[in-house]
Design a protein around this ligand. Structure first.
Ligand SMILES: Nc1ncnc2c1ncn2[C@@H]1O[C@H](COP(=O)(O)OP(=O)(O)O)[C@@H](O)[C@H]1O
Ligand SMILES: [Mg+2]
Length: 335
């Protein structure tokens, strides 16, 4: 007889979520990634409740266009940070993605209009704006900007993001290097043009502020700052949620590799929906088969993510909805 899943589950966890959080007192930006449906929203909720109960002013925020925080909390938290009923220190916020995207479009339109005027190009801004905003990366980048805005505002001790920044954070941080070089080049050529014009002018008066230049400088600084926060292991941790199944494991393996390559701190792995072995005793074959299958994948998880498993969460007999239900379920992680 092999180890029961319960004992196996316990032996997988060297440094638990509780220990990890206790060992990172400066932790401020917590993220959950993984395949759809594995329990990211629930885990984000449990962690946010735990951090709030530990006395930290906590914001549980979602930048995912398909929101689920209101559903999880059983309370409308759309559009503005809203105090969560029944938990002190906790606010939740589903960002209005439509609004955020429209705002980004307006800003880009202004920049482009200004630039066309500056360069004395008599084309309408519309087609440039469309070209810049019609591609799917634009929405991701608008949402990323939103998340970064929240982080920079600095109004909470801890931010728990229920979002899918997993792929796009990686892409955007990768792009940030390219942006950085591009912005550098733009700035340099604009400085040259400016000093040339100043040298040629009789009055030698400084040119008026150049809004595009200011924008580029500001943009470069924002990217630098976001990169600094998101790569700081004292302040940031990405947790990856998986089930003891092939596909979700494959997904987080890939994510963890990417994140490690980018120097983004991986907080660890949470294994969710593990069927309690005692459930198998009088159960039909398919349940026992499932328990056996999970047991095999728990072994694989132990081998693939040594020392990185922070919690093994059982499959509960119903969905997790409402603060009471979250608190009860979070006993599985936080004791
Ligand atoms: N351990 C669990 N036991 C039972 N139901 C769970 C568990 N974890 C999550 N769920 C339920 O599974 C569904 C998907 O979880 P969710 O957190 O929304 O996933 P994700 O955000 O990764 O898409 C939800 O209905 C949630 O209540
Ligand atoms: Mg979700």
């Amino acid at each position: 007889m092999t180890m029961t899943s319960d004992a196996k589950a316990a032996s997988l966890v060297e440094t638990s979520m509780v220990d990890f959080v206790a060992g990172h007192p400066g932790l401020r930006y917590v993220f959950f990634g993984g395949k759809g449906g594995v329990g990211k929203t629930v885990m984000a909720g449990m962690n946010a409740v735990h951090l709030a109960q530990a006395g930290k002013r906590t914001l549980l925020a979602s930048t995912n266009p398909v929101h689920s925080l209101s559903g999880l909390l059983d309370q409308d938290v759309f559009g503005k940070p809203t105090a969560v009923t029944g938990v002190g220190n906790l606010w939740a916020y589903e960002i209005d993605t439509h609004d955020a995207i429209e705002r980004s479009k307006r800003e880009i339109r202004e920049k482009i209009q200004w630039f066309l005027k500056f360069a004395e190009i008599s084309t309408k801004a519309d087609e440039f704006v469309d070209a810049a905003t019609m591609n799917p990366a634009f929405e991701e980048s608008a949402m990323f900007e939103n998340m970064v805005d929240l982080m920079f505002k600095d109004e909470y001790d801890v931010y728990v993001f229920d979002t899918a920044p997993t792929a796009n954070a990686r892409r955007l941080l990768g792009m940030s290097k390219v942006y950085g070089l591009w912005v550098e080049k733009m700035l340099k050529s604009r400085e040259e043009a400016q000093s040339l014009r100043e040298a040629l002018s009789f009055t030698r008066k400084k040119e008026e502020e150049d809004p595009l230049m200011l924008y580029l400088v500001d943009f470069r600084e924002r990217i630098r700052h976001a990169h600094e926060l998101l790569t700081d292991p004292e302040r940031t941790a990405f947790f990856f949620v998986t089930l003891p199944e092939a596909l979700p494991i494959a997904v987080i393996r890939r994510f963890i590799d990417w994140f490690t390559d980018f120097g983004i701190p991986v907080g660890g792995v949470v294994v969710n929906m593990v069927i309690r072995p005692e459930a198998g005793e009088a159960a039909p074959d398919f349940v026992r088969n499932r328990i056996e299958m999970q047991s095999g994948y728990l072994d694989e998880i132990g081998e693939r993510f040594p020392g990185q498993v922070r919690a093994v969460v059982p499959l509960f007999d119903s969905d997790i909805r409402g603060v009471e239900s979250i608190t009860r379920a979070s006993g599985a992680i936080f004791g």
